[in-house]
Write a protein of this length. Sequence first.
Length: 319
Amino acid sequence: MSEEDGVCVICKEGATSKKRLVNNPVMTDEILQHCQDRVSLGDTESDIHRLLNYLSGLNEGELKYVRYHSECRKPIVNKNKIERLRKRSRTDSPVCAPRGPGRPSSAVGSVRPKRSKTIPKEQVCLFSNCDFCPMNDSEPLHRVLTDSMGKTLLQIKQETPDDHVRVSVADLEEPGDASALEKHYHRTCLRSAQRISTRTDHSNVPLIRSVCDAQLVLAIQNTLSDEDVTLSMAEVNDAYLSILKRYRVDVNESENYRKYLKRLISERLPEVKFVTSLRRNEPDRLVLSTAVTMAMDYRSSMMNDDEIVGHLKNVANLL
């Protein structure tokens, strides 16, 4: 198997920029099954016979490492090809000549050909093991026919926190897998699976909020480590909303978290001071207390005695 590991089992070529190699044992079994069906129905394509002989010669452990291009797999498992072979097989079947009364059989031991019956694959909802699936005929089943729907199912597989939903789509690796495996679904079940994949577990919200708070405090601390830098409360509020969204916490875009954030910053970062803007509509700014002291010292050094006395009088009047 070592020389076959890096090539497609069908075309014997390696991966390219447009065709990547896929390893999916479920799909490999499907390729083998379709090859057997096509050969049994009289398919004469030499490539199908070669592929069947090769795969049949592998043991179960070796089959797990088989790789293929999705583009090469699709013609092999094409349902229309199987159906055409079935129709041709039925058309080519010998028809017994009608016998007259007492007419002996034309061949000794001849057996009347029996009509083969294909058992249809059971149609069940993809999410039948999930609690939200009705498991009855009250809602029609829909078959996955497009790669677009396949991508939706792969996204659910990647994002869902629910183990039952994850198991339902565990055998899907490529966008075309769901249609190739003839997967079916209820529309309501699909919507339920999508909602579960995007919702936040409310029992963990307090823990997640505390993580978001810690992230914000660390960001403020890092930003203000340079004494020449200041932050406005508007910037802090926007940063907090961004962190909440990143952790998928439900947020109200119009909600103002500034009062909560001021309290949080005062508790976690006592060295940070809030400076009120002289302009009415401008938000407060955050600066380190050392920066405030430095600014006051610098301002005092630029003032003469009369100005200092005047400022002291203003402070006394305010008190």
